[in-house]
Design a protein around this ligand. Structure first.
Ligand code: THU
Length: 144
């Protein structure tokens, strides 16, 4: 586990607050996420839906992009919460995008009733793509 109990509580509380900003008129399913950096900073996100359904962004990626936009790229844990009585886990797209930055990210799942379960991204997304190796190859730009 990467986080202390107090940090988990902070992340869950922040995810619950973020959930209040969800824009989910189509699914009526509000989600909040809170992501902690290596340094302990917290960034939050909610789901934002669109009438063109596929344009919807999940709370997890929203939180991650907020953090990256502020120059953060190292993360310890993410908390995810909804109004559901059960635990919700990140969708496939979010698993892959989160794994880009930390394939072993701690994932704190929380229910509307306050139950908590901790898992890791390496359990939920055990074989991430290895395209980074390709991306690191220097490209020929044509410039001298
Ligand atoms: N959603 C999230 O934001 N995160 C999840 O982990 C599951 C799904 C959103 C997408 C959509 O706005 C709504 O929940 C229903 O799928």
């Amino acid at each position: 586990m990467n986080t202390l109990k107090e940090e988990q509580a902070l992340l869950i509380a922040t995810a619950n607050l973020a959930k209040e900003s969800a824009y989910a008129p189509y699914s009526n399913f509000r989600v909040g996420a809170a992501l902690m950096t290596d340094e302990g900073d917290v960034f939050h996100g909610c789901n934002v839906e669109n009438s063109s359904y596929s344009m919807t962004i999940c709370a997890e990626r929203n939180a991650l992009f907020q953090a990256v936009a502020k120059g953060k790229k190292k993360f310890r844990a993410i908390a995810i919460t909804s109004d559901d009585a059960g635990f919700i886990t990140p969708c496939g797209a979010c698993r892959q995008v989160l794994s880009e930055f930390n394939p072993d990210l701690e994932i704190i799942l929380s229910t509307a009733g306050g139950d908590k379960k901790i898992t890791t991204l390496s359990k939920l997304f055990p074989v991430p793509p290895e395209l980074k190796k390709l991306a690191r190859k220097p490209r020929k730009t044509g410039k001298k």
